[in-house]
Ligand binder design. Structure first.
Ligand SMILES: *Cc1c(COP(=O)(O)O)cnc(C)c1O
Length: 815
């Protein structure tokens, strides 16, 4: 559709021409399925096409400069989304492949729609990792991902009677054509057993004996950069029994059940992706996952280093940077020390120096309950030798702690790795790294002031900010063909490689013909989403309504509840007939709640119950509609972001570390309705006050309201029985009971639990801000001007910019 707009001079010549492509595609069908193209299902055709592109990509990996410093990005999640469309664009062969498919009698877009989302991540954190990999490759940085190959993703979400229902996400069912199993590069990983001390001629060393041996097998997925010049590698580890340790005795005795039990215990390690919400840690299997991918990943890096540079371990940080995404890979520090000391004969102090120079850490949350901790007893019995390195570094940390400060005892209790019977992973991450960063200016400030304040006093130079970014190629280029074609027609296609060129759009902010074209593209995207929503949910949305969107994981702090209380208020006021009018609006939600997160699941049920009442009430359903899109994932996110006109970013101030959907939505020309939180603040700074709607409590207000006795949610209820009180009553008075009953627990959260997330405290400011914003929608010039202005200012939020900052400031790679 966007046709030649994607052509580039340096287009990789993977295929000589369309005929060459067709011939290779046909050959692929024969070799994968021993059938001709015509005899394959579309799913099989997609598989062969993807495998063909993957093979081409892997061939390009071979010739990369061995002297280049490499980055290894350790993350337990990579939410890549579907890859084919993105890689065709990056290679500059989308047209050629589309034409070839047409000649073969199949529509490329139909194949692309069949690609499943790899079940490799939860949400923002995993998507950030995927955007970073895209940017590394686009910028020519040798940036490799290191992660886990989960057999099952989180879950597929369906909605029944308004409730979230969790179905198995068997994303590998039809195979994953992008991966290559590399059994020759397996790593044996040891769990449990005992540490034994050896001594000879005054020299001593340790070994870990016994326990279970697990084989970590890597699966490699190519990461294709824009322009097709750089292809990096995403290495995902899978757990299998090691022959060395497979229960052979049981097997030989014919006790297959016993032998297989061992197999499935081992395979369980890479079987499932854990939800990332609080309350989910402390599970042994999760710690096994964390250790397996760290241990295997490090061995694989050191093998590569040894091949290129020999055993000159002092030079490790000259050629290797290891970045840890949150604390999940925190074991990288102690484990790299263990390998250097035990397996490479490096002296203890040197090893610590090497490790610190090589490692860096990104923090993702300020919520104390979400900071990862493991009971020492469990940790030590699973990883006895690795634990000794934490213990020894912790001992030295205590010994050398600066006791001249008056508050030294507080500082020590905030920062020690071993405290209260637990291993504190954030402390491990900071102590073994040379750099600690937050993901927005506000978040980094909060880290310095509170969450990691002790460390900031000790090591101020380690702290820096790296405001998150997003792949503008995927989330504007791939996701929004209509708008990106208009952008390219207007300012050329340079914005694809250099997002700062989006600023050129500001010249057209007042150009009536451009604004008209923008509106047409937006309408096209809204129609496309309306079709999808009709198909998925049966709800019809009039594309001329305002599309007001909140799509993200369900979490109390993100306050989807605030949004739905607003919708109930609007509904009540429309029915009151006291002259309240508004532009017709569709409220669109999407997102999953963790299986065990009862409150978040109740909010989903509430939204669906409100939707049921409103959508079926003919008095209002031409004016408001509510839609819940099931199973939020990168694939349907790419349909939702382009169609949005209002971007709801309403977390309480100080809670959302950065947010990235706020960036994707502004880039696609949505207005932000948000709190002064995370990266919203930086969006506001760039677009200016008149092109964003900020409301509500500021971070300091929240801190003040959290002082004992400062806030009484019951007062909010008692002081306004007409509006707010009425809405709260409706939660339990039967108004919403038709689908699956009332909402006592939500009422309890708001009143009895004193409204921890300050939903009631921000209610009036929020509704008023929303009203003012939607009222301005009728002035089409002002609205479209602001929307385009948002796109024009969004270039800063490309992950290319973020990665350039990581490269220069943290990884010491110039680009
Ligand atoms: C961007 C993205 C997120 C993160 O959204 P936030 O609003 O920043 O929490 C989550 N899930 C998917 C699929 C995304 O693409």
């Amino acid at each position: 559709m966007c046709g030649q707009l994607w052509e580039r001079d340096y287009m990789a010549s993977l295929f000589n021409d369309t005929q060459d492509f067709i011939q290779q595609y046909r050959q692929g069908c024969e070799s994968y399925y021993a059938r001709s193209f015509e005899d394959l299902t579309d799913t099989q055709r997609l598989y062969v096409l993807s495998a063909l592109i993957a093979k081409k990509a892997k061939a390009l990996q071979a010739d990369q400069d061995p002297q280049q410093k490499e980055v290894f990005y350790f993350s337990l999640e990579f939410l890549t989304g579907p890859l084919l469309d993105n890689y065709l664009l990056n290679f500059g062969i989308r047209d050629l492949v589309e034409n070839g498919c047409k000649e073969l009698g199949v529509d490329l877009d139909d194949l692309i729609k069949l690609e499943v989302d790899p079940g490799l991540g939860n949400g923002g954190l995993g998507r950030l990792a995927a955007c970073f990999m895209d940017s590394c490759a686009a910028l020519g940085i040798a940036g490799n991902g290191c992660g886990m190959r989960y057999h099952y993703g989180l879950f597929r979400q369906a909605i029944k009677d308004g409730r979230q229902v969790e179905l198995m996400d068997n994303w590998l069912e039809h195979g994953f054509p992008w991966e290559t199993r590399c059994i020759a590069e397996s790593v044996i990983v040891q769990f449990g057993g005992q540490v034994v001390r050896h001594e000879e001629n005054g020299r001593f060393w340790f070994t870990q004996e016994g326990g279970d041996l697990v084989r970590a097998v890597p699966y490699d997925v190519p990461l294709v950069g824009f322009g097709g010049k750089t292809v990096n590698n995403l290495r995902l580890w899978s757990a299998e029994p090691a022959e060395e340790n497979f229960n052979l005795a049981a097997f030989n005795n014919g006790n297959y059940a016993e032998a297989m039990r061992f197999r499935s215990d081992v395979e369980a390690i890479s079987q499932i992706l854990y939800p990332n919400d609080s309350g989910e840690h402390g599970r042994l299997l999760r710690l096994k996952q964390e250790y397996l991918f760290v241990c295997a990943g490090l061995h694989s890096i050191l093998r590569g280093f040894e091949k290129k540079h020999g055993c000159d371990w002092d030079k490790l940080s000259d050629f290797v940077a290891i970045h840890t995404n949150d604390t999940h890979p925190a074991l990288c520090g102690p484990e790299l020390m263990r390998i250097l000391v035990d397996e490479k004969n490096v002296e203890f102090d040197c090893a610590f120096e090497i490790v610190r120079n090589t490692l860096s850490y990104t923090n993702h949350t300020v919520m104390p309950e979400a900071l990862e901790c493991w009971p020492i007893s469990l940790f030590r019995s699973l990883l006895p030798r690795t634990y000794m390195f934490i213990e020894e570094i912790d001992r030295r940390f205590h010994d050398t702690f600066p006791r001249d400060k008056h508050n030294w005892h507080d500082l020590l209790s905030q920062t020690a790795m071993l405290w209260d019977g637990c291993v504190r992973m954030a402390s491990v991450s900071v102590i073994f790294s040379h750099s600690v960063n937050g993901v927005s200016e506000l978040h980094t400030q909060i880290l310095k002031d509170t969450t990691l304040h002790g460390f900031y006093e000790l090591y101020p130079d380690r702290f820096n900010n790296k405001t998150n970014g997003i792949s503008h190629r995927r989330f504007l280029g791939n996701a929004n063909p209509a708008y990106s074609a208009l952008i390219t027609k207007t300012i050329g296609n340079g914005w694809l490689s250099d997002a700062s060129e989006l600023a050129k759009l500001s010249v057209y902010e007042n150009d009536p013909s451009f604004l008209e074209d923008f509106e047409a593209a937006k309408l096209n995207d809204k129609q496309r989403l309306a079709r999808y929503i009709k198909e998925q949910t049966g709800v019809s949305l009039d594309p001329h309504m305002i599309f007001d969107v909140q799509v993200k994981r369900f979490h109390a702090y993100k306050r989807q509840l605030l949004n739905v209380l607003k919708i109930m208020d609007v509904y009540n006021r429309l029915l009151d007939g006291k002259g309240f009018t508004m532009h017709p609006t569709a409220f669109i939600f999407s997102g999953k709640a963790a299986q065990s997160y009862v409150f978040a699941k109740e909010v989903i049920r509430l939204i669906n119950s409100v939707a049921d009442v409103i959508n079926n009430d003919e008095r209002v359903n031409q004016i408001i509609k509510v839609a819940f899109v099931p199973n939020f994932a990168v694939s349907n996110a790419q349909l939702i972001y382009p169609a949005a006109e209002i971007s709801e970013q309403i977390s309480w101030a100080g809670s959302e570390a950065s947010g990235t959907s706020n960036m994707k939505l502004m880039m696609n020309g949505a207005w932000t309705l948000g709190t002064y939180d995370g990266a919203n603040i930086e969006i506001a700074k760039r677009v200016g006050d008149s092109n964003i709607k900020i409301f509500g409590l500021r971070e300091q207000d929240v801190v003040n309201l959290r002082q004992p006795g400062a806030y009484w949610a019951w007062d909010m209820y008692n002081n306004d029985r007409i509006r707010l009180g009425r809405i709260i009553d409706q939660l339990t008075d039967g108004t919403l009971n038709r689908l699956s009953g009332g909402f006592e627990s939500i009422r309890d959260e708001l009143l009895t639990n004193n409204d921890h997330d300050l939903v009631l405290a921000d209610f009036y400011a929020y509704v008023q801000a929303w009203e003012e914003l939607t009222r301005s929608y009728t002035n089409r010039h002002v609205w479209n001007h602001g929307a385009v202005h948002n796109s024009a200012c969004s270039g800063y939020f490309t992950s290319d910019r973020t990665i350039r900052e990581y490269a220069n400031d943290i990884w010491h790679i110039s680009c």
